[in-house]
Design a protein around this ligand. Structure first.
Ligand SMILES: *[C@@H]1O[C@H](CO)[C@@H](O)[C@H](O)[C@H]1NC(C)=O
Ligand SMILES: *[C@@H]1O[C@H](CO)[C@@H](O)[C@H](O)[C@H]1NC(C)=O
Ligand SMILES: *[C@@H]1O[C@H](CO)[C@@H](O)[C@H](O)[C@H]1NC(C)=O
Ligand SMILES: *[C@@H]1O[C@H](CO)[C@@H](O)[C@H](O)[C@H]1NC(C)=O
Ligand SMILES: *[C@@H]1O[C@H](CO)[C@@H](O)[C@H](O)[C@H]1NC(C)=O
Ligand SMILES: *[C@@H]1O[C@H](CO)[C@@H](O)[C@H](O)[C@H]1NC(C)=O
Ligand SMILES: *[C@@H]1O[C@H](CO)[C@@H](O)[C@H](O)[C@H]1NC(C)=O
Length: 582
């Protein structure tokens, strides 16, 4: 009886707790119920030095003060610009806003202390774990805000949390938090928290990529894996070989110039989102055939399914000095421009069908014992150049799982084909970035795009894609890349990435397919999907925050999809809980 009473009391307390939409949830998080207002001319100090909120300020240098000043300006511009009045989180008719007449309590000062000194090289392009992203944030009931972090990137993470505590008032230019006093301690569980975009199947303009970087930073995600080329198109301008994009782009305007590349990589670095390129090879490189046919085998070979995973096919020839010279020229052109801003380069290596090499005049074989040594040489040569440019090579899992190559142990392996792969790759001693298709492929479950003529119609029916069903936010959230690992293996997991392969994604539907489902992975990677006790975080706690976060991202201009009906966002989560009727 007593425990029943106690548990129903607990349930009542949870139900009465206000929605507190910090996403991802901090490691330690205490809130109160005092309301404080924020002035637009709030005084801000950084290490005992006054700093300014300047609308639209972009840092010109990577000096710590400049990174922080730009971060402060961005955070406050975002808050003052988003106009997030959270009516959709309250029942119609409920009075949820504070009174703005009378004596308001104001936030007095935002005091930022950076306890460490930024390493000027690493702050731009940290490898996993090289920059401390932790921060502490306190907001006292009488309006003192203290943000402490070791690095300037930690300051940026804390500023994002800070602004998520505030709402705009429907009466106009009032911003308030109902949650003071606040005490937060926070740090990420995983060092690598990313999104993969694919600009070969569809082109995404620079502005689209920049706003995606902003959204990643809001979600405390810190990597943008930029799968820039593939067999479908070559949008990347390589000044020493302009024929590549001139013949390989989908449209003359669909290219990334060196200025665009610099802008994207720098924009990310400034926000603590490291951008890195993937140029997938030796498969997935058919678009090079449009300008350099002599380098490519099986270009647009039919039936495609025999030679590659999807049309059009095209692999680098595997025993060709011309290919070696080309790759060298490509890397010599590209690496000096990107290595300022990134520590990684992904050389792909996935989905090679050996039959493609029966058409390769330098090999003419599909035998593993012939191809494996050639693949080994190909990977080793390209990785040597990656390392010579002071970049760390990343590859897809097939290289060590399927072709069984012996790669150096500095190579990071990206797993994707399903459960058990992280276990196997870490047990071989490689660092892992996990993009398990069963959870973290955002493109899955929306139907087939390959065509089936009448004679093959039955084979295609009912026209599902290969990796359905659609990954719901709950399923995405449930995935822990360290599941089932020994402590030793777990140490090798850097983190993960959600993937937005773009056969059927372009700038028109990108936002609703990526957001807020990528946010679900973002929290699983930053906060972990379990409580400290080891229990799974409850959907009753997680969902209201994610629903609120979706609304805030929409207010910021991201066309994030709704995850539930308004009836549910307006009420306590219990009202949309499934219960066993028996
Ligand atoms: C605010 O929280 C305090 C301490 O938990 C509690 O005593 C008080 O009743 C709360 N006030 C309101 C208005 O909810
Ligand atoms: C203090 O601010 C001034 C003006 O913005 C700047 O020149 C100076 O470098 C800052 N000092 C520190 C220690 O950040
Ligand atoms: C945050 O507070 C905890 C507990 O006091 C402390 O151990 C940690 O160093 C603090 N972190 C920062 C970035 O100040
Ligand atoms: C690779 O090319 C060299 C030089 O043309 C040739 O001698 C060698 O037999 C080729 N290797 C294979 C496996 O075809
Ligand atoms: C973990 O192990 C369980 C039980 O063997 C299995 O069902 C599940 O697929 C594994 N998960 C991953 C992500 O490997
Ligand atoms: C992992 O490796 C074992 C041993 O080689 C193999 O039997 C198993 O199929 C592999 N698991 C996966 C998911 O590839
Ligand atoms: C916790 O989540 C994991 C991963 O989805 C799941 O396998 C497990 O059943 C959940 N545990 C409980 C008690 O629901």
């Amino acid at each position: 009886m007593r425990s029943l009473l106690l548990s129903s009391l607990c349930a009542l307390l949870i139900a009465l707790q206000p929605v507190v939409a910090v996403w991802p949830i901090p490691k330690k998080f205490k809130t109160g119920n005092t309301t404080l207002f924020l002035h637009q001319n709030l005084e801000i100090k950084y290490n005992d030095n006054l700093t300014q909120y300047t609308f639209g300020y972009e840092a010109a240098t990577f000096d710590s003060h400049d990174i922080v000043r730009a971060g402060v300006s961005r955070a406050l511009s975002t808050l003052f610009g988003e106009q997030f009045v959270p009516w959709m989180l309250h029942k119609p008719g409920d009075k949820f806003e504070p009174d703005v007449n009378g004596n308001l309590k104001w936030i007095k000062m935002l005091e930022i202390t950076q306890t460490g000194k930024d390493d000027s090289e690493k702050i731009l392009k940290p490898k996993a774990g090289e920059v401390d992203e932790s921060y502490n944030l306190t907001l006292s009931a009488d309006g003192e805000v203290k943000l402490t972090a070791v690095s300037s990137i930690g300051v940026l993470r804390g500023l994002e949390t800070f602004i998520q505590l505030f709402y705009q008032h429907s009466a106009g230019t009032f911003w308030y938090t109902p949650y003071a006093p606040v005490e937060i301690e926070d740090e990420p569980k995983f060092d690598h928290r990313g999104l993969l975009i694919d600009t070969s199947r569809h082109f995404f303009p620079v502005d689209h990529i920049l706003r995606t970087i902003d959204a990643l930073a809001w979600n405390k995600m810190n990597r943008l894996h930029f799968h820039v080329t593939d067999s479908q198109s070559w949008p990347l301008e390589i000044p020493s070989m302009p024929e590549l994009h001139k013949k390989g782009a989908h449209h003359p305007a669909f290219t990334y110039s060196p200025t665009d590349v610099d802008r994207i990589f720098k924009y990310g670095a400034m926000r603590g989102v490291q951008v890195y390129f993937e140029i997938d090879m030796p498969g997935h490189i058919g678009s090079v055939a449009l300008s350099h046919p002599e380098l490519i085998t099986a270009w647009n070979a039919r039936p495609y399914d025999a030679y590659c995973a999807q049309p059009p096919c095209g692999n680098f020839k595997l025993n060709s000095t011309k290919v070696d010279e080309f790759v060298k020229r490509l890397f010599d052109d590209l690496f000096p421009r990107i290595s300022k801003y990134t520590s990684y380069f992904h050389t792909g290596g996935d989905e090679i069908k050996y039959k493609a090499y029966t058409l390769d005049d330098t090999v003419k074989s599909d035998k593993e014992d012939v191809l494996k040594p050639l693949l080994q040489k190909f990977f080793d040569k390209s990785h040597k150049q990656v390392r010579d440019a002071k970049l760390t090579p990343i590859v897809w899992e097939e290289s060590v799982e399927k072709y069984n190559l012996a790669l150096e142990k500095d190579v990071i392996v990206q797993t994707w084909t399903g459960d058990g792969k992280v276990q196997n790759v870490t047990s071989k001693g490689y660092g892992v970035i996990d993009s398990n298709v069963n959870y973290w492929y955002l493109d899955c479950g929306r139907g087939q795009w390959v065509l089936f003529d009448n004679n093959e119609y039955a084979r295609g029916w009912p026209f599902n894609d290969w990796c359905g069903p659609t990954k719901s936010w709950q399923r995405i959230y449930s995935h822990d890349p360290r599941a089932n690992l020994t402590a030793e293996q777990a140490k090798l997991v850097l983190g993960g990435e959600v993937a937005a392969w773009s056969e059927t994604i372009d700038p028109l539907n990108f936002d609703p397919l990526v957001w807020p489902r990528a946010s679900a992975a973002g929290e699983a990677l930053w906060s972990g999907n379990k409580l400290e006790s080891g229990q799974n975080r409850s959907q009753l706690e997680v969902a209201p925050r994610l629903f609120e976060w979706r609304e805030r991202m929409v207010a910021r201009g991201i066309r994030a999809a709704p995850l539930t009906q308004l009836f549910c966002t307006q009420r306590s989560p219990e009202e949309c809980l499934w219960e066993n009727p028996n």
